[in-house]
Ligand binder design. Structure first.
Ligand code: GLU
Length: 476
């Protein structure tokens, strides 16, 4: 994919950054300070597996420490390399700034195909990797807080948290050293679905922006829109599920490792996810048309394209053939800088990664706060809220009967109104608010500045100016 005219992922991020700073009034020194990655630590460690010593290579990159802790996932994939973690760490800085999560940007990775190891082996490897990072404060509740990413999930986060606590037995905030943990190990409800949920909220907000919808040459609401999703992992699955079940979207294409499935009448997302779990792929799925060349389905006629897998999948070679008027980058870096230029030329609207997939880190922020406050959200208020609502209902019913009007509140209304918000409702409400506010800050730059003609540049402008303000406040 990295042909001479196709920049690497990190170069792509730099190109996009440069496009934005060219429109800003930053001093050259500050411009450079924000662009560069502060540090990248490479570790090589051995683990004895199946009677042999196996060496693994891992990274933790810290892009910007204008706010601490720094934050970002740890991915397990064979393609992990320094260039990639640095690009991803930079995106984390901008992502956190854009959604006002008070963190600097970081990212980690381990070169490994997790499918080649069983659970016990993965635990050994994860604990050893975590040990190397913890002893250098590259995992620490006040300095560097990882989270899940591609190839990792709550199981790995639970091992990391436990490893940290074994090595820091008196740290009362130890649980906050990593987010994305299972709920029974200090996690928060709604974290697993958060990135996909954030994609849904982002699209809902986009369709409330009449000017944005017009710029994409679209009309109406999400209802009835056709969607192609690449990757039915955690992010793609939840986005597709919520959009089809709650917003009336039709999922007309799902692209996986071994090919794609299409159906103009809409695919059954849960059935396909289930099939993949049992059969290792989509090729034999009986209920849809199978397309062996999965990547060609990125070019399928649809309203919304959701790349939710790898970086660089929309590049110079296929961008010209992508027909969707709206792309939402659920993955990090799925559109190369070259493809971005081609798509912008065609008028395609791209909702950029740093915003589109920020739901994950947003709910990570809530989890971190929950861990530091040592109390579940809603625990103090929920029943009090219910009691106050009950007072209003009782009074309304008394007035209605005393006055002889005889109104009756519907049981459905009463149940909904009486229910105080628990953790999941509060997490979703905080996420929705975050996604709406961040969209509006980007969209106002997009619509109001004559020199900004795309959402990505707008997102960079908002994010960079927030990072710059923090550095200036520190006197840099
Ligand atoms: N790995 C996710 C991302 O790329 C989540 C990071 C986090 O929650 O810290 O945004």
């Amino acid at each position: 994919m990295n042909t001479p005219e196709e920049p690497t992922f990190r170069e792509s991020v730099d190109i996009m950054y440069n496009r934005a700073v060219a429109l800003m009034d930053l001093s050259p020194g500050l411009e450079e300070k924000i662009r560069v990655c502060n540090a990248t630590y490479t570790v090589r460690f051995g683990v004895r597996l199946r009677g042999e010593l196996k060496t693994f290579t891992g990274y933790r990159s810290v892009h910007s420490e204008h706010m601490e802790p720094v934050k970002g996932g740890i991915r397990y994939a064979t393609g992990v390399n320094q260039d990639e973690v640095e690009a991803l760490a930079a995106l984390m800085t901008y992502k956190c700034a854009l959604v006002e999560a008070p963190f600097g940007g970081s990212k980690g990775g381990l070169c490994i195909d997790p499918r080649e190891y069983d659970e016990n082996e993965l635990e050994l490897i994860t604990r050893r990797f975590a040990y190397e990072l913890i002893k250098r404060d590259l995992i620490n509740p006040s300095q560097n807080v990882p989270a899940p990413d591609m190839g990792t999930g709550e199981r790995e986060m639970a091992w990391i948290a436990d490893q940290y606590k074994r090595m820091n037995t008196t740290d009362i905030n130890g649980t906050a050293c990593v987010t994305g943990k299972p709920t029974n190990a200090g996690g928060i409800q709604g974290r697993t679905e958060a990135t996909g949920r954030g994609v849904q909220y982002a699209l809902q907000e986009f369709f409330r922006d009449a000017d944005g919808v017009k710029k994409a040459g679209m009309s109406g609401t999400l209802d009835g829109k056709s969607v192609v999703v690449q990757g039915l992992g955690n992010v793609g699955y939840h986005a597709a599920k919520f959009l089809s079940e709650e917003d009336g979207c039709k999922i007309v294409g799902i692209i996986e490792r071994d090919g794609a499935l299409t159906d103009p009448n809409g695919l059954d997302v849960d059935a396909i996810r289930h099939w993949i779990a049992g059969h290792g792929g989509v090729a034999t799925y009986p209920g849809a048309t199978y397309v062996e060349d999965g990547a060609s389905v990125l070019e399928l006629d649809c309203d919304i394209l959701i790349p939710a897998a790898l970086e660089g999948v929309i590049n110079r070679t296929n961008a010209g053939r992508v027909t969707a008027p709206l792309i939402i980058e659920a993955a990090n870096g799925p559109v190369t800088a070259g493809a971005d230029e081609i798509l912008r030329g065609k008028g395609t609207v791209i909702i950029p990664d740093m915003y589109a997939n920020a739901g994950g880190v947003t709910v990570s922020y809530f989890e971190w706060v929950k861990n530091l406050s040592h109390i579940r959200f809603g625990r103090m208020q929920r029943r009090q809220e219910e009691a106050r609502h009950q007072l209003i209902i009782d009074e309304l019913e008394r007035l209605s009967s005393d006055s002889g009007i005889g109104w009756e509140l519907s049981p459905n209304f009463k149940t909904k109104y009486l229910r105080g918000a628990g953790e999941l409702e509060l997490v979703r409400s905080g996420l929705d608010d975050t996604m709406r506010t961040a969209y509006q800050s980007m969209a106002s730059v997009w619509h109001e500045r004559g020199d900004v003609d795309d959402l990505r540049t707008a997102a960079y402008l908002v994010a960079i100016s927030k990072v710059a303000d923090s550095y200036r406040a520190k006197g840099l």
